[in-house]
Design a protein around this ligand. Sequence first.
Ligand code: PMV
Length: 326
Amino acid sequence: MSIQKVRAVANANVALVKYFGKRNIPLNLPAAPSLSLTLKPLQTTTTLAFSEHKSDEIFLGSTPADEKFSARISKFLNLFREQSGVLQAVRVSTENNFPTAAGLASSASGFAALTMGATKLFNLSLSEPELSALARRGSGSASRSICGGIVKWQKGENADGTDSFAHSIAPPEHWDLRILVGVTTQSPKEIGSTEAMERTRITSAYYSPWIDSTHIAVAEAMSAVKTKDFEKLGDITEHSALSMHAALMGARPPIVFLKGATLDVFHFSRALRKEGIGAYFTCDAGPQPKILCQGNDASVIEKRLLHFPGIQKVIHCSLAHGASVS
Ligand code: PMV
């Protein structure tokens, strides 16, 4: 029976130990492992169906996507056409329930949902590691959004990337971790992550120490997750984010994603800790500050962050299950 239409959903993820640097660009192979939380409610919903048109039709909701975005999706769909031998065009409609391309990892949930949907549409039978490795081809961090809870993306050693995939190290039920995203702007980021990673790799004196420290940080974070040592995990999280941004700022020309309001939230997290409230700062390739905390402290921190200067709104996230398709 041929499938008419599929609908896939995937959640975004925020890395506590960041991925920032590639050992292979076309395959999106990372220079180091990373560790993340898969988060609700940040979600992408993607529907796919075969099309009678000559080329793929890509929509953001009901609006046709621009050429650059469409070309990136079509190139990714070619991986499924190659594997299945089915050369038909596809109609894709994708929608996020959060701001696109503003450092909220929309490419992660987007490519994870697309991977789940296209795998079903093209009638491929793939294991979770295979799905993760395939999602990685669309966007590195998408490899992690296939899996639920607390997730490790292993660097892998193989040149073809077959062993560079993510897996869940703890389900959502293991630990009531939260991420509070402070939205400072809804505008798209100024530089794409691949370009920023390459400039940092080539020109920043801090790149190599950054990669070395990430290997250690992932191992330590894994043990903090196992023993639920929140202070240890928080400390590793803050150090990873700040080290990544230090490496970025050391690039030529420098890359500065952090805005005034972003840094103010970092100091706010420290001040909260002095009050005995467990809050740790992180930030990705954009200006949105994020606070890592546990369920028991989350609503107090959320209220205070909401009234913080420069914060437009707060998205309160908790651990989610992995991507799915129907
Ligand atoms: O998946 P990409 O290529 O958008 O890279 C994401 C990189 C960071 O978000 C900055 C860090 C991470 O590990 O998610």
